[in-house]
Write a protein that binds this ligand. Structure first.
Ligand SMILES: Cc1cc2nc3c(=O)[nH]c(=O)nc-3n(C[C@H](O)[C@H](O)[C@H](O)COP(=O)(O)OP(=O)(O)OC[C@H]3O[C@@H](n4cnc5c(N)ncnc54)[C@H](O)[C@@H]3O)c2cc1C
Length: 466
């Protein structure tokens, strides 16, 4: 029989969106030591990039940032950003885990996030999230203003020389960056030294760490689905964007400082159409309902109206999902604000080259007639899919995924959030498409399961049949 888990071994939480953050805070408040790992440079997940949140329309980052800072300052929590779980083996009722942290090329102990290095960097590149709607960042950058840890990082392409043609100062030297401990070239290095900090470490390499943990919580979340090229004109016409891009467009912290403008000409859009279930059931799309898109569109139309009540907003949908607390009232609020809903099956979107407006052709599901409607901006609600890193992580942890790439709960009714491996739990979008409130509930529940498991309550770590 395996020895009982050691109560002093920390709990490992993989994924630091709102579910993982909630789980880490709860477990730490119960007295457990927690390692919170995310493979991106900051904790926060998707919620950190949203504008407001349905169904209350509260500011998303205003709710999440205090929790992110609490995690960053909690004596029982250690954050490992930019970090991947490479191995996890069961050993005497615990898990021997190998974590690998990618270099930021910056010493986190010395960087104060002052931004002098960013000002000095001569090269702007499209931002990963906001590139399509004009968002840019420098080659040395802060992931977003409220990032935790609040430490800059350097784009590896700068160091490898791949950005020389674009004007990068680093990368033209005959000596590889990994060999030098001083750099007379890099403008960010000079700017940082001028601030008296000397935090840039161009020679930094990946580091690995082996640790034993008592329980693991997988909180790897969701990703928005990128439409395939040509879907309703996406990637063909600049004024067809996704709902995540629209969310960034209306966000005061986004690339347009909250101005809802068209990517083609930067002019305000006076008529906007949302196409729900975009790509659903088609190649490259998802076959299931993502649960959140109807309320996301409701939120986005309402906020658009708050920005400018004269903007015409039309939602083309085949069915309305408004089955959470306060969701129907939220939908009614949008209707009262003048948002129009059309039950439709859209079949194509064509651009008018003169105006760059989009002409939608669709079947009106109430009349059965074919109809057209013109809009200045089209937003595709494409749904939520599983993290594209789930497959690798499932292999590492010995877990099963369902047919859509989410982690499988062998008994979702009687033992939700449990997996087939005793001591490994799930929460948030790792289980399937989810909204924030549900992700928070699951984060709290998974924390309790992990803490009980780590505290030698053997009955709390049952192995369930796969
Ligand atoms: C456009 C849009 C608008 C939305 N608006 C709302 C709204 O108004 N209200 C609402 O309730 N919901 C909304 N949602 C849904 C909301 O974003 C999710 O419910 C929420 O983000 C789920 O939180 P999570 O922590 O489970 O996942 P995520 O936020 O996705 O966080 C998961 C984290 O895990 C990390 N990760 C993934 N894989 C790994 C790995 N293998 N190793 C390490 N780290 C990993 C990721 O980097 C990420 O930081 C919206 C979604 C979209 C796309």
């Amino acid at each position: 029989m395996e020895a009982p888990p050691d109560s002093r071994a920390p709990i490992l939480v993989i994924g630091a969106g709102i579910a993982g953050i909630t789980c880490a805070l709860n477990a730490a408040d119960y007295g457990a030591a927690v390692l919170l790992v995310d493979d991106t440079p900051s904790i926060g997940g998707l919620m950190a990039r949203l504008d407001k949140t349905f169904p209350t329309n509260d500011c998303s980052i205003c709710i999440e940032a205090p929790r992110m800072y609490e995690v960053g300052n909690h004596p029982n929590i250690e954050i490992l950003a930019n970090t991947t779980v490479k191995k996890a083996n069961r050993k005497n009722g615990r898990f021997a885990v190998r974590l690998v942290t990618r270099p930021r090329y910056v010493d986190p102990e010395k960087c104060t996030g002052c931004g002098a290095c960013i000002d000095a960097c001569p090269v702007r590149v499209p931002d990963e999230l906001d590139g399509k709607i004009g968002g840019t960042r420098k080659l040395i950058y802060m992931p977003f203003p409220q990032a935790v840890p609040n430490v800059v990082l350097i784009d590896p392409r700068c160091r490898s020389g791949a950005m020389r043609a674009q004007g990068a100062c680093v990368g033209g030297c005959v000596v590889d960056c990994s060999q030098c401990r001083e750099c007379p070239i890099a403008l960010c290095v000079k700017a940082c030294q001028k601030e008296g900090k000397d935090a840039i470490r161009l020679w930094q390499a990946a580091t690995s760490r082996n640790i034993e943990v008592s329980a693991i919580v997988v909180a790897t979340g969701v990703m928005d689905v990128r439409p395939s090229r040509g879907l309703h004109g996406y990637d063909l016409y600049p004024n067809v964007i996704t709902y995540t891009q629209f969310e960034r467009l209306m966000n005061a912290g986004g690339p347009t400082a909250g101005r809802i403008v068209r990517p083609s000409d930067g002019r305000p859009a006076h008529k906007i159409a949302w196409l729900q279930c975009a790509g659903r059931g088609l190649a490259g799309g998802i076959p299931y309902c993502s649960k959140v898109c109807c309320m996301v569109a409701t939120k986005q139309t309402l906020i658009t109206k708050e920005h400018d009540a004269a903007v015409e907003t039309v939602v083309f949908l085949n069915d309305l999902k408004a089955c959470g607390k306060g969701f129907w009232a939220f939908h009614e609020k949008a209707r009262a604000a003048g948002v129009r809903h059309v039950k439709a099956r859209p079949y194509d979107v064509v651009e008018d080259p003169a105006t760059r407006n989009l002409v939608l052709r669709y079947e009106d599901l109430e009349t059965g007639e074919l109809a057209t409607e013109e809009a200045e901006l089209v937003v595709l609600s494409t749904g939520l899919k599983a993290s594209d890193r789930n497959e690798g992580l499932a292999r590492t942890l010995g877990l099963e995924l369902d047919e859509h790439g989410f982690f499988r709960e062998p008994d979702p009714l009687a033992a939700p959030l449990e997996t087939a491996v005793a001591g490994i739990y799930l929460c948030g979008g790792a289980t399937g498409p989810i909204d924030i409130a549900e992700a928070v509930v699951q984060g709290s529940a998974a924390a309790l399961k992990a803490v009980l498991c780590g505290s030698r309550k053997e009955h709390a770590c049952p192995t369930r049949p796969a």
